[in-house]
Design a binder for this molecule. Structure first.
Ligand code: SF4
Ligand code: FE
Length: 491
């Protein structure tokens, strides 16, 4: 059954998820003005799936049940499915201008599905069946799942079992007949608070010494012992101000990150997908990271579309749209943005069937995609700020624009002064200009910059992680042979 956005929001109210922010527990986190925009972004993944115009992108036929499911809960069955995933993410980026969070679960489903299949084949374990039953439950109820990989990691020079504090990587602390008890945390978890469920995966390739850390499982967001501490974002308290229609930049949508803490959480046997088989931790990491690096060739491109549009509009508002350098900057922004999209589509087109039958992206191209994402959105942002002008960061507050405090000798108000001195081309009202500048600010420096800028750098793995994969996948040895052959060198 596909839920609507409203039904999704109502379903969150039934959970007893423990959320902390600014040192306090947030009781009604669904209606909290700082958290709610991120919930609205996820709700858009439901609402668009109801829209006949987007049905082909937003839904798919489940290979497990034959039913129509939200594509965010789908196992990719072909390169075509992989491409539709990227196009769906671009669409959502365009509609929300932020991170819509549901992709981490989708990427986890696809990575865990194929990895459990291969783990069972080698060890005779039961993880694939556990996972298939779990995913059927998710698909049938149209749930959001946080795919959680990143541990806090402590001292980066030490493996998990060598850390001073053993909890810096999530681990099994007890094995019982009916399940396991886990302790630790997952850091910067996208969309964790407004997910119904969590899938946990290891964060690095483990060795035998670290086999208690080679663990993957699922649990509900309100499992006993689980809680989350909200990650604050630049300019977040603007969302709580009395005048918050314009200064927030993007009133309706936003992203969300949190620290998810497992304070001895019990996981029953049928929700376990890896439990000590450290040999397969690397495969799970590599596949999840590969899918999520592909994802960025869709979501960031969609947000980039909005930013390019905003830059073009503000150029008109400023009366500068006809200047040749502005036109050229918009061309450059488009070129950069579409370069990212090319990578997202390319790694999908070159997708291949795993042993379990679902499709994996081409890992080299997916890593090239994400490596570009660590750079190009920064240049797009730089050009947007260039076109917008300094007013983007020097403009008075919305409350000034609305103030009726008299300040001039002939009785004009602060609001009058803002209207007078920030008027530009007759193509717009001062308020329209103000709105567009705040939107650009939001994407370049404000709450949405978490998703568009810094997440472009570190989300789905920091730049060096992609370079390691590129070096592994780049096959320099074969390239050397090509060169030697052309040059007529035998050895
Ligand atoms: Fe989805 Fe992009 Fe957010 Fe990752 S960063 S969850 S791919 S929108
Ligand atoms: Fe991300």
């Amino acid at each position: 059954m596909l839920m609507t956005g409203d039904q999704y929001i109502e379903s969150l109210r039934k959970l007893k998820t423990r959320v902390y922010m600014f040192g306090k527990q947030v009781e009604n986190w669904v209606d909290n003005p700082i958290i709610r925009p991120s919930i609205n972004s996820v709700a858009a993944t439901y609402d668009l799936a109801q829209d006949p115009q987007y049905k082909d992108l937003m839904t798919a036929k489940s290979n497990l049940t034959g039913e129509t499911v939200n594509r965010f809960a789908h196992l990719h069955q072909s390169p075509e499915d992989l491409k539709k995933k990227v196009k769906m993410q671009r669409l959502l980026g365009q509609k929300t201008a932020s991170c819509f969070q549901r992709c981490v679960g989708m990427d986890a489903f696809n990575a865990v599905y194929s990895t459990t299949f291969e783990t069972d084949k080698k060890f005779g374990t039961n993880y694939h069946k556990n996972f298939v039953n779990y995913l059927k439950y998710i698909q049938e109820n149209d749930l959001v799942v946080d795919g959680a990989m990143t541990d806090p990691k402590g001292d980066r020079g030490l493996m998990p079992s060598k850390q001073r504090d053993k909890d810096l990587f999530l681990r099994i602390v007890e094995k019982r007949d009916d399940g396991i008890v886990v302790r630790g945390s997952k850091a910067h978890q996208t969309g964790s608070i407004n997910s119904h469920e969590h899938i946990i995966m290891p964060t690095i390739t483990m060795t035998e010494d670290d086999k208690d850390y080679a663990v993957s499982f699922a649990c509900p967001s309100d499992a006993e012992g689980l809680f989350m501490i909200y990650g604050r974002q630049s300019c977040d308290t603007r969302k709580t101000e009395e005048f918050n229609q314009i200064d927030v930049g993007n009133k309706k949508f936003g992203g969300q990150e949190a620290l998810v803490v497992f304070d001895d959480v019990f996981i029953p046997n049928d929700r376990i997908f890896l439990c000590g088989e450290y040999e397969f931790s690397g495969m799970m990491v590599e596949r999840f990271a590969g899918y999520h690096r592909q994802s960025y060739g869709g979501c960031k491109v969609g947000v980039g579309d909005v930013l390019i549009g905003a830059a073009a509009v503000i150029a008109e508002y400023n009366g500068a749209a006809k200047a040749s350098h502005i036109k050229d900057k918009l061309i450059e922004m488009t070129h950069l943005n579409e370069t990212l999209y090319c990578c997202g589509i390319a790694c999908s087109t070159e997708g291949w069937a795993t042993e379990s039958g679902n499709y994996m992206v081409d890992l080299l191209l997916a890593n090239v995609c994400k490596q570009n994402v660590t750079r190009l959105p920064y240049e797009i942002t730089r050009l947007a700020e260039d076109i917008a002008g300094g007013l983007m960061v020097t403009m008075p507050a919305e409350s000034d624009f609305k103030s009726d405090l008299k300040v001039t000798k002939d009785g004009q108000t602060i609001g009058d002064m803002c209207q007078k001195y920030f008027a530009a081309s007759p193509a717009c009202t001062t308020e329209e200009r103000q709105r567009m500048l705040r939107l650009i600010e939001n994407m370049c420096l404000g709450t949405a910059a978490v998703g568009y800028r810094t997440e472009s750098m570190h989300g789905a793995g920091s730049p060096q992680a992609q370079r390691i994969m590129i070096s592994r996948q780049g096959n320099i040895a074969a390239k050397k042979e090509l060169a030697k052959k052309i040059a007529g060198i035998e050895s």
